[in-house]
Design a protein around this ligand. Structure first.
Ligand code: ATP
Length: 136
């Protein structure tokens, strides 16, 4: 079994898609090991997105992710990381995410693409330690 850190981002919460996204996670057979609604602090957001520091979209990304509440969760199951990445769809909701995926069905712009999911076991461990230090 594997764990992944998922964020249901502020755009998804504000648009009322929390229930739909949680339902998709549950329908897939993944279990929820931890879940919390909170507004991300600047330091948590900067740690989470450290790899993007210096990129043109970095400032906007931090502003977006810290401005309103999000839901952070740890999901668990066989191949949970790949399973959720596939459910999320590609980063660009129009050009990359296919219909049927969360971003493909619900999103329009890359800067507001509804969800995040860890992309590797190393990222998952790093991100779980950032968002849920009590679980790491
Ligand atoms: P995430 O890490 O959120 O799951 P991802 O792995 O699909 O997304 P990354 O390339 O790691 O994509 O980018 C992280 C996040 O930064 C994206 O989800 C998106 O919100 C934002 N982002 C990436 N590229 C752009 C861009 N060109 N313009 C605006 N925002 C961007």
């Amino acid at each position: 079994t594997e764990r992944s850190l998922v964020l249901i981002k502020p755009d998804a919460v504000a648009r009322g898609h929390l229930g739909e996204i949680l339902a998709r996670i549950e329908r897939k057979g993944l279990s929820i090991a931890a879940m919390e609604m909170r507004t991300a602090t600047e330091s948590v957001a900067a740690a989470h997105y450290a790899e993007h520091e210096g990129k043109p979209f970095y400032a906007g990304l931090l502003e977006f992710i810290t401005a309103r509440p999000l839901v952070a969760l740890v999901i668990e199951g066989p191949r949970a990381i790949a399973a959720f990445r596939q459910m999320a769809g590609g980063t660009d909701p129009v050009e990359k995410a296919v219909p049927g995926s969360i971003r493909g069905d619900l999103g329009l712009v890359t800067g507001e693409n509804l969800v995040h999911g860890s992309d590797s076991p190393e990222s998952a461990a790093r991100e779980i330690a950032i968002w849920f230090p009590q679980l790491a």
